[in-house]
Ligand binder design. Structure first.
Ligand code: FAE
Length: 536
């Protein structure tokens, strides 16, 4: 059943700071009855509740504007039969995937055989959206990708940020908006002393030491998972989450996802309504001004149970790189927003993602207890022949497997584009798997060297039978509606006053690190400008 949320009347009064909200592990967005109804006329409507949407929701509501978020996924607030809101990675059920009858794990094989399991079809939390040449993993629910991601909160290198977004004042970003984003997200750092002793990071220490023996630099990576909570998990004084194989299907404890930070703070203003389990299907100019937003309401089996049409003076596209690009390309193709620039749908990339695993010697153990939250990366970005930032990823199977797993972020220059398919009425992505070869080449420079030094080999059984590289999926879709090309320099869509893009689709295919801090900071910058110039 649909969960419609509002904070109106629930958390009235004081404007608690986001940081204070983030510090509370229990406070989330509570349920309420208000939701959008057909015929409503609202001043601001946000499509999607991930990073771009949550930042927009907070800053608009703080500016005194009644704000409505429409989210296709569920509000993850109700426990299942097992007493938990989220299932873990070892025992996936319907809650794990968006409308699938079988799981589609990123590491989908073991010993060359499929490791996927049959599940019931449900509006689960992780979507594996298949295009011709790539599967794109995305979070579905109130909080978007923050519900399923590894929490790695990495501010990009300034020189690379300047390279990818040259129209943005980097000085202002690094002095003002990156610090603002990090504070509001509740980013924290691991205690290095504890890291050295914690059995749950044996896998990371091994990979660090092996990287160091080949001359590679490693560095700690901040996270939005509460490291104090994790220390208590390791000490067995609180229920386990990161240490109980919970990550990509949600965390029951410890994670400062957006529903506990930005969205909770927005709801605390009393001006936020979230309409969950509603998919926006069309946006077009309304006869009397503003925009008509059409949406379909879903039940938890994914079946449509109704349609609604509302009018909004301003619409913020925050459906993620794929969601926003698909919607805008479809609106242009269907003639509903015919004057959108040709750059809409262009310059999509996978942040150079490629995964790979190595098989360690029997004496090099990785640990049977592994924290699902990565805390360290191999930083070989300054290698001009193949820049790589490789997250040292967990393999939390609950048993010793001697596997070192990595998610490499590379500087793959290839891009795809979203194209309206007149025959199907859908939107295709032109990206081909072979376009990821530069990512493999760059990652090989690092991991071939480590294998040679350690006399080890790649695992070739985890991404398919006899397949070394996980090159056909991504966690980091970026671009499709690039800043200062498809939009103006603040995300405004030219020709359509009151339409804005404010999510990962603004970033041209690459950030060089895990992307959500960049998406959040850019959204903070853009909404600041929009509120100051368009809304006051
Ligand atoms: P996103 O967070 O995807 O939010 C878009 C929202 O819009 C979603 O909730 C959708 O359900 C909703 N939506 C889409 N279409 C519609 C529609 N038509 N109508 C209504 N709602 C709609 O977008 N990044 C990091 O920085 N660090 C990490 O450790 C990390 N780990 C990751 C692990 C996994 C498994 C995955 C999948 C991603 C990971 N990411 C990580 C990527 C990160 O979560 C992603 O870049 C952001 O979530 C993107 O933010 P957006 O606001 O662009």
């Amino acid at each position: 059943m649909a969960r419609q949320l509002s904070r109106r009347g629930l958390l009235k009064g004081s404007a608690a700071t986001v940081a204070a909200l983030a510090a509370s592990s229990t406070l989330g967005v509570p349920r309420a009855s208000a939701a959008l109804s057909s015929g409503d006329h609202v001043s601001a409507l946000i499509i999607g509740s991930g990073y771009g949407g949550a930042v927009t929701a907070l800053r608009l509501t703080q500016a005194g504007i009644d704000t409505h978020v429409v989210e296709m996924g569920m509000s993850w607030t109700t426990a299942g039969a097992d007493g938990k809101v989220f299932c873990d990675m070892l025992n996936p059920d319907g809650r794990s995937y968006w409308l699938r009858t079988k799981t589609d794990q990123p590491v989908g094989y073991f010993l060359g055989f499929s490791a996927n399991k049959t599940i019931s079809k449900y509006t689960g939390i992780l979507d594996s959206e298949a295009f011709a040449g790539i599967r794109v993993y995305q979070g579905r629910g109130v909080g978007g990708g923050s519900l399923v991601n590894g929490g790695m909160a990495v501010t990009p290198r300034r020189d690379y940020f300047e390279e990818i977004l040259p129209s943005v004042d980097a000085g202002e970003m690094f002095a003002k908006y990156f610090p603002r984003a990090n504070a509001a997200l509740g980013v924290n750092n691991i205690d290095p002393t504890w890291f050295e002793s914690a059995s749950c990071y044996q896998y990371a220490r091994l990979s660090r030491d092996q990287a160091g023996e080949s001359g590679f630099t490693t560095r700690f990576v901040p996270n939005v998972y509460d490291f104090d909570y994790m220390e208590r998990e390791q000490a067995d004084t609180v229920p386990r989450s990161a240490l109980a194989s919970e990550v990509i299907y949600g965390n029951n404890y410890g994670k400062r996802s957006l529903d506990k930070t930005y969205l909770a703070a927005a709801a605390a203003t009393g001006r936020l309504t979230i309409t969950a389990l509603h998919t926006v299907t069309a946006v077009s100019p309304a006869a009397g001004g503003g925009y008509t937003v059409a949406m379909t309401q879903l039940n938890t089996a994914g079946n449509p149970i109704g349609t609604k049409s509302v009018t909004a003076d301003r619409v913020f596209f925050a459906a993620g790189s794929v969601g926003t690009s698909k919607l805008l390309v479809a609106m242009k193709g269907q003639g509903k927003l015919p004057n959108l620039p040709a750059a809409v749908g262009q310059r999509w990339g996978n942040n150079g993602n490629v995964m790979v695993a190595r098989a360690n010697h029997i004496w090099d153990t990785t640990g049977s207890l592994q924290s699902g939250m990565p805390a360290m990366g191999i930083d070989n970005w300054s290698d001009s022949a193949g820049p790589v930032f490789a997250e040292i990823a967990p393999f939390p199977a609950g048993t010793e497997l001697w596997i070192s797993l990595y998610l490499a972020i590379t500087k793959n220059p290839n891009r795809g584009q979203f194209v309206y398919n007149t025959a199907t009425g859908g939107v295709d992505l032109t990206w081909q798997t072979a376009q990821n070869q530069p990512a493999i080449d760059a990652a090989k420079r690092v991991f071939d060297a480590i294998n040679t030094k350690q006399s080890t080999v790649y695992r070739s059984d985890l991404f398919g039978p006899n397949k070394v590289w996980g090159d056909d999926f991504t966690y980091h879709p970026l671009g499709g509606c690039v800043l200062n090309q498809a939009t103006d320099n603040y995300g405004r869509l030219p020709g359509y006053p009151g339409l804005y893009v404010i999510d990962g689709s603004l970033i041209p295919g690459s950030t060089g690190v895990n992307p959500f801090v960049t998406i959040t900071a850019l959204a903070e910058r853009n909404i600041d400008k929009i509120i100051a110039t368009d809304l006051s």
